[in-house]
Design a protein around this ligand. Structure first.
Ligand SMILES: Cc1ncc(COP(=O)(O)O)c(C=O)c1O
Length: 385
């Protein structure tokens, strides 16, 4: 094979379910000189990442650090450390990622009791209460922001139910962290994982996680060793803790990027960042309403960072996405599972969430819909911004 030319990625506006756009300073951070992963300067930066992550997760948990791997690695990290064969686990399933949690938990040997909701709806606490009565649960796991459907499940009530039943609470915050309130200590979450590529606006590759003292105790008191060497929290604790015992070679430049992305989150301020996500979502939603388009997720529980836009009858969902990408350099996402062909997933995550980007998207989207025969009043829609 001939050696290919240097790869030159085009500039896209990333308005799908992630990754989101990244600030230039985050990309610049990644091109800094490499350090050894046990270099004291790198180790100092790791400490700052841990401190900033605690602020973003709103937790005092000592065991807070980024797992090397994407959000799914964070999911596995939580289950492999907390679950042993025969343990009973209640999992909320209302989309792709609740479904994935069930798969991961079952691979750990858990007996899973599912609490299902139609895709687009939130997990009903009353159903969680019922499920808790059917077993002796060690853990309740829910996805906070279901990226596949655009629904945000409230955490506090489910947390109370889980703890009253003697179980720990595990929360997926891959899409919520940095884009809407996530309050790990206030909500008494025992184990949480996230991803870097959504509302933190960092490339994919790390999974911030946090374990409460109780979760750490459970991991320490296991009857059997964690089946995953790579994700064993007891070993990772020695790497990310004070001892700095070699475990694996941390992805150096990804950690530079996360350091810069977290700095930007904290410089903006969590409250201001959440407000920005809320306001741009509201603007998009108001404009879509003028166009006769709605959101497929449950009213009152719609994500600010991921909008599941219902595809109107007679419109070819895939063709619209293709034109947005190839003619306008705008990426949006498709529906998955039962929502395939029925929704577009329009992400307004992190850096991507701006009024200018909503305008850019709507201008192109209206043109494509009009040319496809679905007539919309572009000016009236844009006037809502
Ligand atoms: C809610 C949620 N959980 C987990 C994941 C898995 O993360 P990753 O694709 O980074 O492995 C995703 C990815 O989109 C997600 O949206």
């Amino acid at each position: 094979m001939q050696i290919p030319a240097v790869f030159q990625p085009p500039f896209r506006l990333l308005m799908g379910p992630g990754p989101s756009d990244v600030a230039p300073s985050v990309l610049k951070a990644m091109s800094g000189p490499l350090l050894g992963h046990l270099d004291p300067v790198f180790v100092g930066m790791m400490e700052e990442i841990k401190i900033m992550l605690r602020q973003v997760f709103q937790t005092q948990n000592e065991m807070t650090f980024p797992v090397s791997g994407t959000g799914s690695a964070g999911m596995e990290f939580c289950f492999v450390n907390l679950i042993e064969p025969g343990d009973e686990v209640v999992i909320g399933v209302n989309g792709v990622f609740g479904t994935r949690m069930v798969d991961v938990a079952e691979r750990c040997g858990a007996r899973v009791v599912k609490v299902e909701a139609p895709w687009g709806q939130i997990i009903d606490p009353a159903k969680v209460a019922e499920a808790l009565k059917q077993c002796r649960p060690k853990l309740v796991a829910i996805v906070h922001a279901e990226t596949s459907t655009g629904a945000l499940t409230p955490v506090e009530e489910i947390s109370r139910l889980a703890h009253d039943a003697g179980a720990m609470l595990l929360l997926d915050t891959v899409t919520s962290l940095g884009g809407c309130p996530v309050k790990i200590d206030d909500w008494k979450v025992d184990a949480v994982y996230s991803g870097t590529q959504k509302c933190l606006s960092c490339p994919p590759g790390l999974s911030p996680v946090s374990f409460s003292a109780r979760a750490m105790e459970v991991a320490r008191q296991r009857k059997k060793k964690v089946q995953s060497w790579y994700l064993d929290v007891n070993m990772l604790a020695s790497y990310w803790g004070q001892e700095r015992v070699y475990h694996h070679t941390a992805p150096i430049t990804m950690n530079y990027a996360l350091h810069e992305a977290l700095r930007l989150v904290l410089l903006e301020g969590l409250e201001a960042r959440w407000r920005r996500h809320r306001d741009n979502h509201t603007a998009l939603r108001n404009a879509l309403e003028v166009m006769g388009l709605g959101l497929a997720s449950q009213e009152g529980h719609q994500l600010w960072q991921l909008n599941a836009v219902t595809v109107p009858a007679g419109i070819d969902e895939a063709a619209v996405r293709r034109r947005l990408l190839t003619e306008f350099n705008i990426e949006i996402g498709a529906g998955l599972g039962p929502l395939k062909g029925k929704i577009w997933r329009v992400g307004l995550m992190g850096e991507t969430s701006s009024r200018a980007n909503v305008r850019k998207f709507l201008t192109a989207f209206c043109q494509i819909l009009n040319e496809g025969g679905y007539k919309v009043a572009t000016d009236a829609a844009l006037a809502k911004l």
